[in-house]
Design a protein. Structure first.
Length: 190
């Protein structure tokens, strides 16, 4: 996989400091057993951007062609920046995985393992917390993901057309700015 060029004009250059050429490698897909997450959750991963976690465009296209559904995230950045995909065929279906773990206040969730937490600024003890870890279960047949529209820059022409058609919008990236218009207006002859 070629490195991603999508974050060339990203606002958060602090997070990109480990990529001086602004080209971010893609993290390969991993089975639940290969998950490198240091915490107790262990679930399969699709190929994703090493910076933002976006799905790889070829996986988005494969998911859409297999019947995945897509919907926009809110426009908190003032533009349609992210697409959520659901009902993606899970390549790790049936493999044992752990999707849930958390720390909760012990009064609400009494468990055996309690962990005292302290306010970092004052050193005062806060409420005890308990760690909860789900037992491994077979991975579901379907999974979910996200796709950041800046990754249209990483697409082939065919991939870009499939994704933009599913989004209902075409995007135009020009030196740090973005414009978009409805797909049917960008392709009036279709």
């Amino acid at each position: 996989m070629n490195p991603s060029i999508a974050h060339e004009y990203d606002m958060n250059h602090f997070g990109l400091s480990k990529y001086p050429d602004k080209k971010v490698p893609w993290d390969p897909a991993r089975t639940p057993q290969e998950d490198l997450n240091p915490g107790p959750s262990k679930c399969g991963r699709l190929a994703s951007c090493g910076y933002c976690g976006s799905m790889h465009p070829s996986d988005v296209v494969a998911a859409l062609r297999a019947g995945a559904t897509a919907h926009w995230a809110d426009f908190k950045y003032g533009w349609p920046h992210k697409l959520y995909l659901e009902n993606i065929p899970n390549p790790h279906a049936g493999m044992p995985e752990i999707r849930a773990s958390s720390s909760k206040k012990s009064e609400q969730y009494p468990h055996e393992h309690r962990e005292a937490r302290y306010n970092e600024r004052t050193g005062e003890r806060m409420a005890d917390y308990v760690s909860y870890h789900e037992e491994p279960k077979p991975a579901a047949a379907k999974t979910y993901g996200k796709f950041y529209t800046v990754h249209l820059k990483d697409c082939t022409e065919e991939e870009r057309d499939v994704i933009e058609k599913a989004m209902g919008a075409c995007f135009f990236f020009e030196e740090g700015s973005v414009r978009w218009k409805p797909y049917d207006q960008a392709h009036p002859n279709l």
